[in-house]
Design a protein around this ligand. Structure first.
Ligand SMILES: *[C@@H]1O[C@H](CO)[C@@H](O)[C@H](O)[C@H]1NC(C)=O
Length: 517
C-alpha cells in the first residue's frame, strides 16, 4: 500500500482549483489549452510515460463530443496539477488507433494505465465528476490511515469508507481489500491496523466505518465480510435519509429495489423543512423505503404519473418501483409528518390498496375489440381462461390510428364466431389514461397473455397485418386458434384472405425462432 499523505495534499490542492476554474469558465481565451491532442504516432509513447491517463476518442462532427469539450478542458486544467493528463484522439484522422482500442461510438472515454491496460471511464461527463473519478483512480484502492491523517482523509469526499483490521487478521484484510478494489470507482477507501485508533473511533476490529458529511455522519458495519452484503450496506448507508430527487439521482433511486416516497414542494425552504421533519421517519424505515424531496416547480408533472393532481403542492406519494404500484397521499390533507408517517407504515405493511388510474369501465362493449381500462384490466386480461391479445395505445399515436381498422377486422374474426370467442379476446387499452402493470415503452405495444401463462406475456414484433396477427395468436395462444381457418370464418369473407393468410402463417412459423424473446 502506498501512503496517501502526499496525495492528500495534491488532492486538496485540486479541490481548491475547482473553484478557481469555475470562476474562469467564461474566459474562452484559454480554450483547449490543457487537453493534449494525440495521434497514432504519439499515443502509445505518451501512455507509457504517464501512469494514469484519461483519453477521449471523438469525431469533430459529434454533438455529444462538442458538448463535452469545455467540461473536458476544465477537468484537464484542474487535473494538471495532479499530473493526470487528459488527452484526445480524433478518430476521423486516426482510424487505425481507434480500431485498436475498439472505439464504437463517440465520444468514448477510456482510462489508461500504460498502453496495455485500459478500461472504460464510468463516471458522468461533467467537470467535477471527471475530476473526482480520476482522483479516485489516482489513489491506491486502499490508502493507509493513521491517527494523524484520519480527519484529513475523511474530508476528501462526501463519503469515505475505512476498514479497521488487526494486523494479523489476513482474512478480513483480504475481504476488505477485495471489496474496495471492486468499488474503487465509486468510493474512497482506507484501512488501519491500529487498535488504538479503532478504539478511538468506537469500533472493534474488524469493522468497516462509512463516514459521510450528512445525516448521522458515520455508520458502522458489523455484518459478514462478504462483498454482496457489504455493498448492500454501503448503498443504504450512503443514501441520505431524505435525499433530493433530480435527473442525477433518479436512476439510482429507481434501481434501489425498494419503494420511493416523494415529497413535492415548490420552494427550497419548504423542501429543507420537510427533509428535517421527515428524517426521523426515514431513519425508522431505513433500507425499507427511500424518501426524497423534489422541486415541484421543475418536476411537478411527475406528480401526474403518481396519480396525484399535478397542480396541488406540497404533495406526497409512494411508488413501489418494482411493481409500479402507486400510493398517492390524499391531497386535501395537510402534509403533517405524524399522519404521513402512519401512511408510510401502512403502505409498507401492505395495508393500503395501490391507486389505479382508470377510465370508467365501459357499460357495454360496442365493437368487436374489447375495451379494457385500469379497473377491469385484471378481470379481462389476467383472471380468465382465454388467450387475450392486448393493444396498448396512445390517442395521439399515428401508428395506432393506422392499425385501428385492421385491429377491428382482426377482432371480428374471433368475436363473431362463438366457438372462437370463447377462447380468444382481442382487447385494447389507452395506456395514457389507465394504469397497466407492464411498463410500456412504445405505442402501439401488442402482447398476448396466453391462458394458463398470464404472467409471461409475449410481445408481438411482426408486421401489423391481420394475417400476421392471426398467426401470432395461433402460434402463441394456448388454444392455437386459427382465426382464418376454413369453417371458422364467416361465409361472407373472401377466399383470397385465406390464401394470403396461409402464406403469412407459413412465413410466421419460419421466423418463429427470431421472435421468441
Ligand atoms: C493488509 O495487507 C496488506 C498486504 O498484505 C498490508 O500492506 C496492509 O497494511 C494490510 N492492511 C491492514 C489494515 O492491516
Amino acid at each position: 500500500m502506498r501512503s496517501f499523505a502526499p496525495l492528500v495534499l495534491s488532492l486538496l490542492g485540486a479541490t481548491a482549483a475547482v473553484h478557481a476554474a469555475d470562476a474562469e469558465t467564461a474566459d474562452a481565451a484559454d480554450a483547449n489549452a490543457n487537453v493534449i491532442t494525440l495521434t497514432t504516432d504519439t499515443f502509445d509513447e505518451f501512455v507509457k510515460e504517464h501512469p494514469l491517463v484519461l483519453a477521449e476518442f471523438y469525431a469533430p462532427w459529434c454533438g455529444h463530443c462538442k458538448a463535452l469539450a469545455p467540461k473536458y478542458e476544465e477537468a484537464a486544467t484542474e487535473l494538471k496539477s495532479k499530473d493526470i493528463p487528459l488527452v484526445k484522439v480524433d478518430c476521423t484522422e486516426e482510424e487505425e488507433l481507434c480500431r485498436t482500442y475498439e472505439v464504437d461510438g463517440y465520444p468514448t472515454l477510456k482510462v489508461f494505465r500504460g498502453a496495455d491496460s485500459h478500461k472504460p471511464y464510468a463516471g458522468a461527463r461533467k467537470t467535477d465528476a471527471i475530476v473526482s473519478y480520476m482522483t479516485k483512480q489516482s489513489m491506491p484502492a486502499v490508502s493507509n490511515v493513521n491517527e494523524d491523517n484520519l480527519e484529513e482523509f475523511k474530508a476528501l469526499d462526501k463519503i469515505t469508507i475505512i476498514g479497521y483490521v488487526a494486523s494479523d487478521d489476513k482474512t478480513s484484510n483480504k475481504s476488505f481489500t477485495t471489496f474496495a478494489e471492486s468499488q474503487r470507482d465509486n468510493y474512497l477507501f482506507a484501512a488501519s491496523n491500529d487498535a488504538a485508533l479503532a478504539k478511538a473511533e468506537g469500533v472493534k476490529q474488524p469493522s468497516i466505518v462509512l463516514y459521510k458529511d450528512f445525516d448521522e455522519k458515520k455508520a458502522v458495519y458489523d455484518g459478514k465480510l462478504e462483498d454482496e452484503a457489504i455493498l448492500e450496506w454501503v448503498k443504504t448507508a450512503s443514501t441520505p435519509l431524505v435525499g433530493e430527487l433530480g435527473p442525477e439521482t433518479y436512476s439510482k433511486y429507481m434501481a434501489a429495489g425498494i419503494p420511493l416516497a416523494y415529497i413535492f414542494a415548490e420552494t427550497a425552504e419548504e423542501r429543507e423543512q420537510f427533509a428535517d421533519e421527515f428524517r426521523p421517519i426515514a431513519e425508522k424505515h431505513r433500507g425499507a423505503i427511500n424518501i426524497v424531496t423534489l422541486d415541484a416547480k421543475l418536476f411537478g408533472a411527475h406528480a401526474g404519473n403518481l396519480n396525484l393532481e399535478p397542480e396541488k403542492f406540497p404533495a406526497f406519494a409512494i411508488q413501489e418501483t418494482a411493481k409500479n404500484a402507486k400510493y398517492p397521499y390524499d391531497q386535501t390533507k395537510k402534509l403533517e409528518v405524524k399522519e404521513v408517517g402512519k401512511f408510510i407504515k401502512n403502505v409498507l405493511d401492505g395495508k393500503v390498496e395501490p391507486s389505479i388510474k382508470s377510465e370508467p369501465i365501459p357499460e357495454t362493449q360496442e365493437g368487436s375489440v374489447t375495451v379494457v381500462v385500469g379497473r377491469n384490466y385484471q378481470e379481462v386480461v389476467i383472471d380468465n381462461e382465454k388467450d387475450v391479445l392486448v393493444e396498448f395505445y396512445a390517442p395521439w399515436c399515428g401508428h395506432c390510428k393506422a392499425l385501428a381498422p385492421k385491429y377491428d377486422e382482426l377482432a371480428a374474426l374471433y368475436a363473431d364466431v362463438p366457438e372462437l370467442n370463447e377462447k380468444v379476446t382481442i382487447a385494447k387499452i389507452d395506456a395514457t389514461a389507465n394504469d397497466v402493470p407492464d411498463s410500456i415503452t412504445g405505442f402501439p405495444t401488442i402482447k398476448i397473455y396466453p391462458a394458463g401463462a398470464k404472467d409471461s406475456p409475449i410481445e408481438y414484433a411482426g408486421s401489423r397485418t391481420v394475417e400476421d396477427l392471426v398467426s401470432f395468436i395461433k402460434e402463441n395462444g394456448k388454444y392455437q386458434v386459427d382465426g382464418l381457418a376454413e369453417g371458422a370464418k364467416k361465409p361472407e369473407q373472401g377466399g383470397d384472405v385465406t390464401s394470403s393468410a396461409a402464406k403469412a402463417a407459413e412465413t410466421a412459423s419460419d421466423e418463429e425462432g427470431h421472435d421468441e424473446l
